[in-house]
Design a binder for this molecule. Sequence first.
Ligand code: N2P
Length: 364
Amino acid sequence: MLRRLLPLLAVLLTALPAAAQDRVLNVYNWSDYIDPAVVERFTRETGIRVRYDVYDSLETLEGRLSAGRSGYDIVVPTSEPTFARLVRAGALRPIDRAAVPNWQNLDPVLMERVATIDPGNRHGAIYLWGTVGLGIRVDRVRAALGPDVRLDSLDILMRPENAAKLARCGIMVMDSPTDVIPSVLRWLGRNPDDNSAEGLRAAEQALMAMRRHVRAIIASSSILDALATGEACVALTYSGDVIQAANRAREAGRGVEVGYVLPREGAQLWFDMMAIPADAPNPEDAQRFINFMLQPDVMAAVTNQVRYPNAVPASLPMINEAVRNDPNVFLSPEALARTFVAGTPPRDAERLRTRLWSRFKAGR
Ligand code: N2P
């Protein structure tokens, strides 16, 4: 009986639409930046399997994409500089709105902000956004700098006398000139887009002045881990990563209390964009994925998991109370007004920045 049924089964399986069987979508996203259940649901609903790779800095993403033929269908670059450069280079495929009806769920005010570098929002939808600031061990920082220390400034890290007091406790900086230099310039009271030789020299001096107190300049994903275990006492990194680390530390129950410092001198604000490389092998399925992600319940699940706000306002009622009321996830209008969005440095400035950064890493 079974013998006779098997060939029939084989015929039935091959007759299934190609759709359900061997479609694969290649996604390249930031680490710790999605709810895995959401990816499973996408596969369940569409039959499309997802090959999911991660990066943890814009430098890594740009390196991977610059050669072309990355093989990815979805990438998630920050609006400036990476997404802006890709748009300008014609390296992204225009998105067919008719295939993405959930586009209408996007907040027009936020989308307008990224239209400056992508006129008409043709190449990308905001996925998540956030700030750059400090993850700190609140009790340790208070113990080192005094009970009255203001926990709202990059002074904690950037003033050498503070860094000296915190060195033994563990200072870390994410390994990304792109996402660190603008905050340093701003802390210096300069234009965060100051790419003059003099501006960059000032940034370098400031970084070098606290360099010997820094324990590690490492990938943002490693910083998240180090904050969660308590190994890092002060770390310059992305907002939601700090909040994720704080939650992990709390769950571990070993008395590590992590807090986020939104720099009052002005925090760098960034928007990460879902986009499709021009040479994506499966652009239609990529659009399906973007459409799937833009559903309010899906975006709510992502924000609940990774603690970054999204750009789909209808997701708000489904976001957990604690996340919705966290002022470091959803900034108050006053806090938002003090943020800045960094621009895209010209290529020659990029070279200066890279050299500055290797000297900072080397410590000389
Ligand atoms: C996620 C990193 C946030 C993205 N781990 C920074 N644009």
